[in-house]
Design a protein around this ligand. Structure first.
Ligand code: C5P
Length: 234
């Protein structure tokens, strides 16, 4: 059963914790990204853990191997259950992160490699990577899988091909989820509806603005969960 992860892309801990309290019992996973982490620091992770949530710390690490390995250790010490690092950071960077995870004596965070941001369409890609998003995402996923990451972040439309090529249990997490296929995707480009993402076999759906900016966010979260085939509160 796919998990719903709500992205707490909000400016203050107060607003993030208010929303977390509304979502309690409806959603198990919350995501802390750059905006909230830079504003509030790692205590936000502890506050969410105390409320019983699993926390996805989405800092998209991309640095020299030693720095990324140390960041993995620090994030695990703060209780992060899932972490992102750029799969394009090079084999040695990915391997250093995997070694740091494997050296942990306590709980090990799930390590997810970011393949190609879902905000990049084919046109944006030409200016950055000289490659199309799908083949590059597949290539980076193979690398991440071989080196020992637990999964990748990708668009829903890449999940099936990634899963076919990966070892069993390799996870896919997909942002860019929108309620309506024809509706606006904000800055996202490679979007999918919850039904489409689930049908493609994704393990985690990350939803931000369609829930955080809804008039009644807890209702919007319930609607997403229902459309993913999850019973209320499950
Ligand atoms: O508001 P929206 O649903 O577009 O939020 C998607 C969330 O997923 C944002 O927090 C964004 O940082 C994150 N994300 C993404 N693309 C990735 C990795 C993470 O959109 N490849």
């Amino acid at each position: 059963m796919a998990e719903l992860v709500v992205a707490l892309d909000l400016p203050t801990a107060g607003e993030a914790l208010d929303l977390a309290d509304k979502l309690r019992g409806r959603v198990d996973w919350l995501k802390v990204g750059l905006q909230l982490f830079i504003a509030e620091g790692p205590n936000i992770v502890s506050s969410l853990k105390e409320r019983g949530f699993s926390v996805f710390l989405d800092l998209k690490l991309h640095d020299i191997p030693n720095t990324v390995a140390s960041a993995v250790t620090s994030a695990a010490a703060r209780g992060a259950d899932m972490l992102t690092l750029h799969a394009s950071g090079g084999d040695r960077m990915l391997a250093a992160a995997v070694e740091a995870r494997d050296r942990l004596t306590g709980a090990r965070p799930i390590l997810m490699g970011v393949t190609v941001l879902t905000s990049l369409g084919s046109e944006d890609m030409r200016g950055v990577y000289a490659a199309d998003p799908e083949p590059l995402a597949l290539d980076l996923s193979r690398k991440a899988n071989t080196i020992g990451l637990d999964g990748v972040v990708c668009s829903a439309w890449e999940v099936a091909a990634i899963k076919r090529a990966a070892s069993p249990g390799f996870a896919c997490l997909t942002p860019g989820i929108r309620p309506d296929a024809s509706g606006g995707g904000d800055d996202q480009r490679r979007t999918a509806t919850p039904e489409e993402a689930v049908a493609q076999g994704t393990d985690y759906l990350v939803v931000g603005r369609p829930i955080t900016r809804a008039a009644v966010p807890e209702q919007a979260a319930e609607e997403f969960a229902k459309r993913m085939g999850r019973a209320p509160g499950s």
